[in-house]
Design a protein around this ligand. Structure first.
Ligand SMILES: [Zn+2]
Length: 87
């Protein structure tokens, strides 16, 4: 094991390496999503102003942020909502 670093034809470990890389990416995304969930708030369409819940942030991060009217929706955080309600 590990003694044939230069033998590129010997790539039997590649699928496991790729699986591991995807696991690590998943953990990183989950970690970021957990931190971001604390921001709260909702999503808003910049064109028609439709509002919707943020949904699963981890899924949004890994598959693409939700769109509406052809554009990426804006995240209005709970603190931004609070600022809006003051005006
Ligand atoms: Zn819209």
């Amino acid at each position: 094991m590990g003694g044939e670093k230069r033998n590129e034809k010997h790539n039997l470990n590649q699928p496991r390496f790729i699986r591991r890389r995807e696991e690590i990416m998943g953990l990183i995304i989950d970690n970021i999503a957990n931190d971001l969930e604390d921001l709260g708030g909702h999503l808003e369409c910049t064109v028609c102003h439709l509002e919707q819940p943020i949904g699963n942030i981890g899924v949004n991060l890994s598959t693409g942020w939700p769109k509406h009217c052809g554009y990426t929706m804006t995240w209005v955080t709970a603190s931004q909502e609070a600022l809006r309600s003051k005006t």
